[in-house]
Write a protein that binds this ligand. Structure first.
Ligand SMILES: C[S@@+](CC[C@H](N)C(=O)[O-])C[C@H]1O[C@@H](n2cnc3c(N)ncnc32)[C@H](O)[C@@H]1O
Length: 200
């Protein structure tokens, strides 16, 4: 009988510890992810001329937070995500743009697909928050950015929390096609924004 009680107590303790660890991990991921998007959104607010009246596309938009801020600042914005995340993105945009006259739409854009299947207007600004994080996606993401930013008249802004050396490796890959410059550093949140502009 005592043994059974001990086993039950141990199982309960283990389950509680696992649940707490998972919740903490999820909170950390959500807070860090949101922070990267917030830093880019704040940068756009401080540099409104980059978006006002401009064609803007957000890659890997998640909730679409940064894109919606760009739309609130007067940009004509397309927020994009892979197909699997579109329901969440469309719901977020629909919910947050009720009674707003913002020009914003949500479209599927998967970096692994050829851009020939998409029909986007010439872009003034491409933005991405926390999209440099899975090494397996780097070549597809690079190809997508190269295809969207066809000349130096398209500015690409990427906000990142540099967590691993591989994140820096992606910036090196970009440097084959673009001038890459750190334009902002949020020291408290350790988040950087890079401007990425074609050589010509
Ligand atoms: C770390 S989240 C960042 C989300 C949002 N930008 C933010 O900062 O809150 C990375 C995003 O990239 C998207 N993503 C990953 N692989 C993708 C792909 N192949 N095509 C398009 N989006 C992709 C994910 O769905 C995810 O929403």
């Amino acid at each position: 009988m005592v043994t059974v009680v001990v086993v039950i107590v141990v199982v309960v303790v283990v389950v509680v510890v696992v649940v707490v660890l998972v919740v903490v991990a999820v909170i950390i991921v959500v807070v860090v992810m949101s922070a990267v998007a917030i830093v880019l959104a704040e940068y756009l607010v401080q540099n409104k001329a980059l978006v006002e009246g401009k064609n803007v596309l957000e890659l890997g938009a998640g909730t679409g937070l940064t894109g919606m801020v760009a739309a609130a600042l007067g940009g004509r914005v397309t927020v994009t995500e892979r197909e699997e995340a579109m329901t969440h993105l469309m719901a977020s945009v629909a919910h947050n743009t009720i009674n707003k006259a913002w020009e914003i739409s949500a479209k599927a854009l998967d970096w692994t697909h050829s851009l020939e299947e998409y029909d986007f207007p010439a872009l003034d600004l491409v933005i991405g928050a926390d999209i440099i994080y899975i090494e397996e996606t780097f070549q597809d993401l690079l190809r997508t950015i190269v295809s969207l930013a066809k000349s130096k008249s398209t500015l690409v802004l990427l906000s990142c929390k540099i967590r691993y050396d591989r994140d820096l490796y992606f910036l090196d890959l970009l440097k084959d096609h673009f001038n890459v410059e750190e334009v902002f550093y949020d020291r408290d949140r350790d988040i950087k924004i890079f401007s990425v502009i074609r050589f010509s």
